[in-house]
Design a protein around this ligand. Structure first.
Ligand SMILES: [Zn+2]
Length: 275
């Protein structure tokens, strides 16, 4: 799940805020029993991470903050458990049940949370373009396909954002940041941020997939050429790109961010999915 999905999760959990945890289960080895009887006090996100703070009901004990990362295949459900799947954590409240699957859950996340750089969180109001550009300076030799997955610079950007933004700027995934003119770096950061905002809006309308131009696609929506599908960069994540429109350029050319193309397929709502 990428940054925009975490914000949607935060919104979906809102009805459970200030509610008491009536029952806890799940196969996490963390001290889950300690949450029973506590009140879910705060729901926060940073990038692809969810933080839940549970206060003790009488306010005697210090609060417990949990950190949940959905890794590659993590997901969640509310009142609608996945059949034949054991949740990592299940929280029962008076008004419903929340299930977390295939994710990493850690208790005692206060220090980690305090140290986070909120200016790089793509979905945060505190996101700061100048700060992000400054951080890019030390990553000049990074490939764009790695830079767009680097959570210390683009917190919340994942493989969908990476592939789609590379297409919007018509650049090869193995373009080094140093090959993009320094004055275009703010344009680059804004392209990532803007895609995340679109991602959020589309996902809420259940039409994210129909906006995918290259991610999990087989042909280029512009020229029909077969897309390259390779595991590239240091993270070796699947990368989809058009060998013609995103050819590796030798010369430096002004960076242009192209609009996302019209949806593929009918605008009918798609089923809920875990991205
Ligand atoms: Zn093409």
């Amino acid at each position: 799940m990428e940054g925009p999905s975490l914000v949607i999760l935060r919104e979906e959990l809102e009805p459970f805020c200030r509610q008491k945890v009536l029952k806890v289960s799940g196969n996490t080895t963390q001290a889950k029993e300690s949450l029973k009887g506590r009140i879910l006090q705060r729901i926060e996100t940073w990038g692809k991470v969810l933080f839940l703070t549970f206060a003790s009901s009488k306010g005697v004990l210090p609060p417990i903050m949990t950190k949940t990362h959905f890794l590659m295949f993590g997901s969640y459900r509310i009142n609608d458990p996945k059949p034949d799947r054991a949740p990592r954590l299940e929280l029962k409240f008076k008004n419903g049940i929340v299930y977390f699957y295939s994710c990493s859950i850690r208790f005692g996340a206060e220090e980690y949370f305090e140290a986070l750089d909120r200016k790089v969180d793509l979905m945060s109001e505190e996101w700061d373009e100048a700060h992000v550009v400054e951080l890019m300076e030390a990553r000049k030799s990074s490939y764009l396909c790695d830079l767009f997955l680097d959570q210390r610079v683009f917190a919340g950007s994942g493989n969908i954002v990476k592939n789609e933004v590379l297409f919007n700027i018509r650049r090869h995934p193995l373009t080094k940041l140093s090959k993009i003119s320094r004055k275009d770096w703010p344009v680059l950061t804004r392209a990532v941020r803007a895609y995340c905002e679109n991602f959020y809006e589309w996902k809420k309308k259940y039409e994210l997939r129909k906006h995918w131009q290259v991610y999990r696609a087989s042909t280029c929506p512009l020229c029909g050429v077969k897309l390259a599908k390779e595991s590239l960069g240091k993270f070796l994540r699947k990368t989809f790109y058009c060998p013609k429109h995103q050819a590796l350029r030798a010369g430096i050319k002004k960076l242009e961010v192209h609009d996302v193309l019209p949806m593929r397929g009918k605008p009918a709502a798609e089923a809920r999915f875990d991205h």
